[in-house]
Design a protein around this ligand. Structure first.
Ligand SMILES: Nc1ncnc2c1ncn2[C@@H]1O[C@H](COP(=O)(O)OP(=O)(O)OP(=O)(O)O)[C@@H](O)[C@H]1O
Length: 555
């Protein structure tokens, strides 16, 4: 089968022969026991799996995954890769904690036991399934796919189950990583088992290590075969950060990890430059591919970090070019993000093969570690007053302020420069060096307040950001989740304040829904606001200035 025509969830199958007796019984009782009105998981019926998703309000609806439309054809085909764990019941598209699938799993395993399975291997299989289910439940891990490997119980599983080299275990412990985070528990064994992975986990939950760790365990440093892994990130800052993280993890090993810079993409000859792992933005990598001094045909791992962003219109052609250039038939692709719109799942299905979908917590929700607040500021002038007042009362740096455009970033910076606050600004008009300096100074604590556009809203890991202020209302719920996710990282608490004006009111409900989903209180009138057809919110705002209009114009 052509790679391009494979489906992300192609592996959802039920072994009818093996579970024949259960199936007979279940078939009779299925509709009695699992009433559609209460279903939110998996139901076996009419010789196929039916996935139930609740509609936004009220009744559930039936969704037949696309993989089933082609299941007859696929079942005859041998899979190139296979997992190591025993087959288990899969959760459906709606893979949240309340899923009925979790209650279904024990009944199947009970029946397996009753059948008096002869071999000890079968008993061991059942035990593993139960252990895996318990671990997933404990850590809020939801999976879709077949033969999903056991999650990690701890980092020492990497050595005992996957023969992790001592240097990496040592580096993990040097970095202070005692326990794997939930996404690391599941995504690492999935990728190590040779499966493609489609992962969604909250901001700041360690997704970078989740995709880097298996790559480092599987590829050899200094190989003469060329680039073995490619990581794509939507911004240069994030790409640079990923390189830094990767270098920390490979301390003591001679991995060649390269960041695709402007110079390298224009004039670098990668047939001569030693490189094991290449980290790049799509634009630069596409540019280098077109220069033909880069061979990606032996790449074994391709990661799309912040994958939903990478599937947005501006990137799609470049991603397509990279995916085509990484032509190794046994390549393992992984998609990671904190947000996962349905449209991205659809697109991802067209490029992934036999993938496992891993969701931690609730899909598309903010980190529960962040205290979120909405503050009405009336007008643009009101916002500036509110900000000044809040800084005067208490400023708890580091603070990150998001505005909607580079012009507004410059304006706000000018305003704060009057105050006695160590502020800096980062936006796309700065040179690469200026952007790097702004990030470094903020990281080092030299800057207390960093004013930014969405250029750093995704992926950037500033340790200990105490507060994120959305000076300008975010353009979507997705943007909101990523922006506020710059605080509350790696288990630390954070705070997010979103200022809004009259103009923003119609869009409050989108953000309020995210807040409610992560356990924050929101006034009921906001939740009662009408639903919007167009979810993107881009308004023209008055300039940021405390000067009277005429003076501001003269300036
Ligand atoms: N197992 C671990 N234990 C403790 N800290 C960890 C662990 N894994 C990662 N971290 C730390 O957690 C922080 C956040 O990790 P990372 O940047 O990978 O998050 P992320 O999930 O990619 O976030 P985002 O969605 O914003 O990109 C980093 O500082 C990282 O060093």
């Amino acid at each position: 089968m052509e790679k391009g025509s494979t489906l992300l969830f192609a592996g959802t199958r039920f072994n009818r022969k093996r579970f024949a007796s259960i199936f007979e019984r279940f078939h009779e009782q299925a509709l009695k026991v699992y009433q559609p009105a209460t279903l939110c998981g998996v139901c076996l019926c009419n010789f196929r799996l039916i996935f139930w998703q609740p509609k936004e309000e009220g009744e559930p609806r039936e969704v037949v995954p696309q993989s089933f439309k082609n299941s007859e054809k696929k079942s005859k085909k041998k899979r190139k890769r296979s997992g190591t764990a025993p087959a288990e019941v899969v959760e459906g598209f709606n893979v949240f904690k309340t899923s009925e699938a979790s209650s279904l799993t024990p009944s199947l395993t009970d029946d397996l036991k009753q059948e008096g399975s002869s071999s000890s291997q079968r008993k061991e299989d059942v035990k593993q399934i139960e252990q895996a289910a318990l671990l997933r439940k404990k850590y809020g891990i939801h999976i879709s796919g077949y033969n999903v490997p056991q999650p990690l119980e701890n980092f020492s599983d990497l050595s005992s189950r996957f023969r992790c080299k001592p240097y990496l275990s040592e580096n993990l412990s040097q970095l202070g990583f005692k326990e794997p985070t939930p996404i690391q528990r599941q995504a690492i064994p999935v990728i190590l088992s040779g499966r493609e992975c489609f992962a969604c986990a909250p901001t700041g939950s360690g997704k970078t290590l989740a995709f880097l760790c298996p790559i480092l365990m599987k590829i050899k440093p200094g190989s003469k075969d060329g680039i073995k892994a490619v990581v794509l990130c939507p911004t240069r800052e994030l790409a640079a950060q990923t390189v830094r993280e990767c270098k920390k993890l490979t301390r003591g090993r001679k991995f060649k990890i390269k960041l695709m810079t402007k110079e390298l993409s224009r004039s670098g000859d990668f047939t001569k430059i030693p490189c094991d792992i290449l980290v790049s933005t799509p634009l630069r990598l596409d540019f280098a591919i077109n220069k033909r001094k880069l061979d990606l045909s032996r790449v074994e791992y391709l990661v799309l970090d912040e994958s939903d962003k990478l599937f947005e219109l501006g990137f799609v052609e470049q991603i397509d070019s990279v995916v085509k250039a990484c032509s190794n038939p046994s390549i393992i692709r992984s998609l990671f993000s904190a947000t996962l719109p349905d449209t991205v799942e659809e697109l991802a299905r067209s490029i992934m093969h036999d993938a496992v979908r891993v969701i931690v917590g609730k899909k598309n929700s903010a980190s529960q570690l962040i205290k979120q607040k909405l503050v009405f500021a009336g007008s643009e002038k009101g916002k500036l007053l509110a900000l000044r007042q809040s800084f005067a009362e208490s400023l708890n740096p580091p603070v990150l302020i998001f505005v909607q455009s580079k012009e507004r970033a410059k304006e706000l910076y000018k305003e704060l420069a009057f105050d006695d606050i160590k502020a800096d600004v980062i936006h796309a008009d700065l040179t690469q060096q200026q952007r790097e300096d702004a990030v470094d100074n903020f990281r080092a604590g030299k800057t207390w307040v960093l004013i930014a556009t969405d250029v750093i809203s995704r992926g950037m890991d500033f340790k200990g950001v105490n507060c994120v202020i959305n000076y300008d209302f975010p353009e979507s719920a997705t943007a909101y989740i990523h922006r506020i996710g710059r605080s509350g990282r790696a288990g630390r608490p954070g705070e997010a304040i979103t200022l809004y004006t009259e103009e923003d009111k119609p869009f409050l409900r989108n953000i309020a829904n995210v807040m409610v989903a992560s356990g924050c209180e929101v006034p009921s009138w906001i939740l009662d606001l009408p639903k919007l057809r167009h979810k993107k919110h881009r308004v023209k705002r008055d300039n940021i200035s405390t000067l009277p209009e005429d003076n501001a114009a003269e300036e």
